[in-house]
Design a binder for this molecule. Structure first.
Ligand SMILES: NC(=O)C1=CN([C@@H]2O[C@H](COP(=O)(O)OP(=O)(O)OC[C@H]3O[C@@H](n4cnc5c(N)ncnc54)[C@H](O)[C@@H]3O)[C@@H](O)[C@H]2O)C=CC1
Ligand SMILES: O=C(O)C(=O)Cc1ccc(O)cc1
Length: 372
């Protein structure tokens, strides 16, 4: 069958955030033909066209409607899916994978642990892979995973959902609860903006996580709470831990302090274990340095147009010639997804020195100074 070497990809939800990212990925990175259906895009193909022409059908639709949507495709397909591959990228896995298994297609569930990135692959991100029913399509799926460049972790759908109740539902819930407390205390303690000058690295990171959650697709955060069958138990656990802590603090005596130390510090320290404590503490320190660098008084963001050995050295040489010493240097991506270097300078650096550097970089084409 033509399918397995150069399959046609059909994306259900092709106008959505992941649908659009996946289309670009399949077309540009894998050189494959992509067709899509999405009620939000009148120009998209029909469901029937996807069922008839796609060798690989990939569901990238709202979490809440996906299991019923898959059942609908299985019904409409009526056996034509035998010998094809069905995939999904839903943030919960048990129900969508079970629905795909009710078809006659080969089946794998995927879950990228990141919003669609600005980069062309999932390099550096985690991808959960639920290999549910695979035979002839296994080599092609392996090639897809290799092309995605993600760090893959294999799990059964049930294991995935239990993990995500902690990795996502609990983390999102605790940050939304923090946001609610901040809102409730704003009159007494000041708004978030007014608290920021008093920040610790932990506060800044937690506020950033809350802001991230509140900035992305609200339906995803709703459905991760309400659509993961294990979220309810995890939320109850979280609430009972906090209630116990509040009760001990309310009690306030030496017995309560001893209980706090035993239950909240010693028991948790033992449960983490020495390696996880050391790793986590080191991660925190590195992020702390990064946050400190991001608050450098003077910064320049520079795109290096020439991706070749020696281009960074040429860039640094310009700073040296203008007598500017560099306090920090990081690479990251612009809003548009271009790789750029962000350089920080100490407060003694004069604006006219930086302006001269910027002018030379632009004039010589060594680097392009980005706004902001
Ligand atoms: N955005 C994210 O951060 C992540 C999303 N995911 C998963 O990706 C999937 C898609 O999420 P997003 O693209 O972010 O959501 P989105 O809301 O941007 O896209 C969903 C698309 O599905 C379309 N749709 C709705 N009903 C449909 C139907 N009956 N047939 C075909 N299309 C239909 C919508 O019109 C929309 O364009 C979800 O299952 C989500 O759990 C997974 C990891 C991260
Ligand atoms: O990028 C982030 O911060 C996210 O947390 C986005 C996200 C949302 C839903 C997922 O299932 C996976 C990742």
């Amino acid at each position: 069958m033509l399918g397995k070497t150069s399959p046609v990809i059909g994306i259900v939800g092709s106008a959505g955030a992941y649908g659009r990212w996946l289309r670009a990925f399949f077309e540009t990175r894998m050189g494959l033909r992509v067709i899509g259906h999405d009620p939000a895009d009148a120009a998209s193909e029909s469901e029937e066209a996807l069922l008839e022409r796609a060798d690989v059908l990939l569901f990238s639709a709202p979490i809440r409607s996906t299991p019923a949507l898959i059942d609908r495709y299985a019904r409409l397909s009526a056996g034509r899916e035998a010998g094809k591959l069905w995939l999904d990228v839903t943030s919960v896995k048990a129900e969508p994978v079970a629905a795909m298994l009710r078809s006659h297609a080969e089946v794998a569930g995927l879950h990228p642990m990141s919003a669609p990135p600005k980069s062309p692959t999932l390099k550096g991100r985690v991808l959960v892979v639920c290999e549910a029913r695979l035979s002839a399509w296994k080599p092609w799926l392996d090639a897809l995973l290799a092309a995605l460049e993600a760090e893959c972790v294999r799990a059964a759908p049930e294991r995935h959902d239990r993990a995500m109740a902690l990795v996502q539902a609990m983390v999102h819930a605790s940050h939304l609860a923090q946001a609610g407390v901040l809102r409730g205390q704003a009159g007494l303690a000041g708004t978030l903006a007014e608290l920021m000058p008093f920040r610790s690295a932990s506060f800044e990171m937690d506020a950033a996580i809350a802001a991230r959650i509140l900035s992305l697709n609200p339906a995803i955060y709703e459905d991760i709470q309400f659509g993961n069958p294990h979220a309810r138990d995890v939320l109850r656990g979280l609430a009972s831990q906090l209630a116990r802590l509040a009760a001990l603090v309310g009690q306030g005596d030496d017995d309560a302090r001893a209980a706090f130390r035993a239950e909240f510090l010693d028991a948790n320290r033992d449960a983490f274990g020495a390696p996880a404590l050391a790793d986590g503490n080191y991660t925190f320190e590195r992020l702390g340095y990064l946050l400190a660098d991001l608050s450098d008084a003077h910064t320049l963001s520079i795109h290096l147009p020439e991706d070749r050995p020696g281009s960074l050295r040429a860039l640094l040489h310009v700073f040296e010639r203008h007598g500017v010493s560099i306090a920090s240097l990081h690479s990251s991506r612009t809003q548009a997804g271009e790789l750029h270097f962000r350089l920080g300078f100490n407060s003694g650096t004069r604006p006219d020195q930086l302006a001269a550097v910027a002018e030379e970089l632009d004039r010589t084409g060594i680097g392009r100074v980005l706004p902001g």
